[in-house]
Write a protein that binds this ligand. Sequence first.
Ligand SMILES: [Zn+2]
Length: 265
Amino acid sequence: MKQEKLKKPMIEFPIHLKDEEFEEPDDRIYYLLAGNGLFKIQKTSFYVSSTLDFEPRVKGASLLPWLQNHRAGITLMLPKKMPSELIKQALGFFRAVALKKDLEGCEAGVILYWSDEKEDYFLHAPEQSASPGHLTYEVGPNPAGSRRFGTIHSHGHGGAFHSATDHHDEENDDGVHITIGNVNTIPSFSCSVVVDGVREQIGLRDVVDNDDEVAFPVEWLKRVRKETMPYYAALPGAPHTWSEEVKSKSVKPKERARIGGVYKL
Ligand SMILES: [Zn+2]
């Protein structure tokens, strides 16, 4: 019997040149040959990423000087930011886990999804096994009508950062990854976006709405002024030349503009 050879599936992406005529193409994924290398460009519902795939350089010099340079990086293009309520919900869950008698200090995680129908984010807590320094869960298929946006996991009583284990776990998991630490006291946050194994640190406010800001009397803000002297110049024991230097560079009262008999600061 004749056996047919299995063919490898072919995935083809177009290559565009970053020359003077370059215009952003409609392709969701494409390669861009620029003066400083070959970049993989990916556009999703949540970001546009440019990852350097290959750098054709000899002794530090570009081999493609007739092309324009491109910059690697990830630009978030969120349909909207996450409501802060979701972060509070995750934190409430993480805190309850870390304070539960049989799970004392344990990590926990939730998966972040975007619902196409509701046009909003939601969380899902998968079945998981956890310890105070480790967490395992299976992601599984996306719930119907939703797209995976990323993950949030806790570091229990420990601080928030992206550990070596997190780097390993999230290397092939494109999306926004948030770590919440110190869940039993004042929580700490670390937030990053990963595309094609490249991680970029971002601020929590880049992805979370500031709808949780607490109101305060507006005049309080006017009571805070910027110091004119660096704090170290006023420290006891700081070399006197530092404060002399600060004084000499400060604007003297006489030099201030005099408008209608009032010194304008
Ligand atoms: Zn972690």
